[in-house]
Ligand binder design. Structure first.
Ligand SMILES: [Zn+2]
Length: 101
């Protein structure tokens, strides 16, 4: 289940807002999902990587650093075992498009 697109400036924490805003500017998509949202990388071959974004992380500074670190592994080569490790596979999105929902 993929939610509506979110604006990084909607996040309650300024450090996470900053890193999410930078990634969205680089082509990542932020969607409402899980405890707050999930970042989808700009690769359109599907199954590369997604990053969960907590709404109220215990340590926002650390969470922001982790998001930036996870973002650096994109793009992952096809067959890389880390693909989609952080979240649901991107193919869910394209499959839904095929069905036409
Ligand atoms: Zn990617």
């Amino acid at each position: 289940m993929t939610g509506a697109e979110l604006n990084p400036s909607d996040h309650p924490d300024h450090e996470i807002r900053k890193v999410a805003k930078r990634l969205v500017e680089q082509g990542w998509t932020l969607r409402k999902e899980g405890h707050w949202g999930r970042l989808y990388c700009p690769c359109d071959d599907g199954g590369c990587t997604t990053i969960p974004v907590a709404g109220t992380p215990r340590n926002p500074g650390q969470a922001a650093v982790k998001i930036a670190r996870l973002a650096k592994r994109c793009p992952l080569k096809p067959g890389d075992p880390r693909r989609s490790l952080a979240g649901s596979p991107r193919e869910n999105l394209s499959r839904r498009k095929e069905i036409g929902q």
